[in-house]
Write a protein that binds this ligand. Structure first.
Ligand code: PFF
Length: 458
């Protein structure tokens, strides 16, 4: 990053803007979460709803977050205070902070599992293991009380270390090389998965929609995941927007980041589902799906040992670039608004999040701590770890709703237009369409999805 007229740091190039925002967006959501919820909610029809959510709601809300951030040039909370002083709108940012806190608490646990799989890959732990044995390896890991907690702590120390060590820019430089590499590895896995005997069923699952499988809960999850995957609804992209230079085209950046994120998710699905069916893994296996499935693929490909290590290392790096940004959102607030030193802010945030995450992890093994949630017209009970994942799927669209209303109705129209058109330098013929989407389409779609979910209408 470089200084902008001696004020706030801004990204040094167009590529840096996109790479950093894509680093924030692309993570476990694309490769771990997207495939497993697609498996639970029945495949192609769910993916279609997800894509509709991305276009109708994700695109306008991402642009809205960039507009707020670049206009105000402040952190998640202070940006709202700057643009609408002495009003409760700052609570949108504060709500986002709480959401970020919750997300990072379970994110660290899953990233911890990923680190364990790096270790297994290096020590040749998948070799000659049948699909059932690979299943056991995963179950043994998550039901062991201490191992996942230890891995989670290691991951959180890494995340906090990057922020404390001030090497964030360094990591981002590596990420610019490593993320394209991740894309290449996924494409290689796609080719192997699609050519497995028995892959056809997986392809049908992904591409032949069966609308009878869609229900209110599936639609809610598709919306929640669109927000999660694009990192929207918690003002993280507001924080990022505050670092974007005045010359960048926000509309184009929004399109590029969204496209990159969506392509990676779809390619991950394409690597996983043919293998799910080829190896007889349950598509509804839940959060373990990627860990149960891909080691089978590594076992069945040339240089599988090498690809296994590379894949899990890159997945851990993708998780790290997202977790750094999640922690940064909280740290920036503690530091700028609560006047803590950056060091203290990082230590307080990371240690309390890690503590919460450890507790969540233990609800898969020795602690029984279930919480209730009302969905699809009835009450369900979830272990704390799953409950946190579910609740973030609800909190992000709520945050997104208020962000849309803020840009649609509260900010001055001239300011919004000025930001999107770079003070009239770029032609934005689509501006009135954007206004309709951010004022009406996105908020109404979010409310409709909630009403539908609560009453289980569809
Ligand atoms: N988008 C990230 C992923 O797909 O893994 C998760 C995430 C990161 C959500 C940062 C929200 C956020 F602010």
């Amino acid at each position: 990053m470089e200084k902008n007229n001696g004020q706030r740091e801004v990204f040094s190039s167009k590529f840096a803007v996109i790479a950093a925002a894509a680093g924030l967006a692309i993570g476990l959501g694309n490769i771990w979460k997207f495939p497993y919820i697609t498996g639970i909610y029945g495949g192609a029809a769910f993916i279609l709803v997800y894509l509709i959510c991305i276009v109708l709601i994700g695109l306008p809300v991402m642009l809205a977050e960039f507009v707020i951030g670049r206009r105000a040039r402040k952190n998640a909370v202070a940006s709202f205070q700057e643009l609408s002083p002495n009003t409760p709108w700052y609570l949108t940012g504060a709500f986002g902070l709480v959401t970020g806190y919750i997300i990072l608490s379970f994110y660290g646990v899953i990233a911890g599992w990923t680190l364990h799989y790096v270790f297994l890959a290096i020590t040749n732990g998948f070799k000659n293991q049948s699909p059932e044995q690979l299943n056991n390896i995963f179950t043994t890991l998550i039901t062991n009380p201490w191992q996942p907690v230890a891995w989670q702590l290691i991951f959180m120390v890494l995340t906090a270390g990057v922020i404390l060590g001030g090497v964030k820019d360094g990591i981002e430089k590596y990420a610019k090389i490593l993320m394209p590499l991740l894309l290449i590895i996924i494409i290689i896995l796609d080719i192997r998965a699609i050519t497995l005997p028995g892959a056809k069923e997986g392809l049908e699952f992904l591409f032949k929609p069966d609308f009878s499988k869609l229900n209110a809960t599936a639609i809610m999850s598709a919306l929640g995941h669109a927000f999660f995957s694009l990192s929207l609804g918690m003002a993280a992209m507001v924080t990022y927007g505050s670092y974007i230079g005045k010359k960048e085209n926000l509309g184009i950046t929004t399109l590029q980041v969204t496209l990159a994120d969506t392509v990676i998710a779809l390619l991950a699905g394409l690597a996983i589902f043919p293998a799910v069916f080829a190896f007889g893994v349950e598509p509804t296996s839940g959060p373990g799906l990627v860990f149960l499935t891909l080691p089978n693929v590594f076992n069945k490909m040339p240089a599988g040992y090498f690809f296994g290590i590379l894949f899990f290392v890159l997945l851990a790096v993708a998780a790290l670039t997202s977790s750094i940004s999640l922690l940064e959102v909280v740290v920036a607030y503690f530091n700028e608004n609560l006047k803590m030193s950056r060091k203290k802010a990082t230590l307080v945030a990371a240690s309390t999040i890690a503590l919460l995450g450890s507790f969540e992890s233990l609800t898969y093994s020795i602690i029984k701590f279930d919480l209730p949630l009302f969905k699809g017209g009835k009450w369900h009970s979830f272990a704390l770890l799953d409950w946190m994942i579910e609740i973030s799927d609800l909190m992000l669209p709520i945050g997104g709703f208020f962000i849309a209303i803020f840009v649609g109705f509260v900010m001055k129209d001239n300011d919004v237009k000025d930001e999107i058109s770079n003070s009239g330098e770029i032609e934005v013929a689509w501006y009135s369409a954007f206004k309709v989407f951010i004022r009406w389409v996105a908020p109404v779609a979010i409310i409709a999805t909630f009403i539908n979910m609560i009453f289980g209408l569809v």
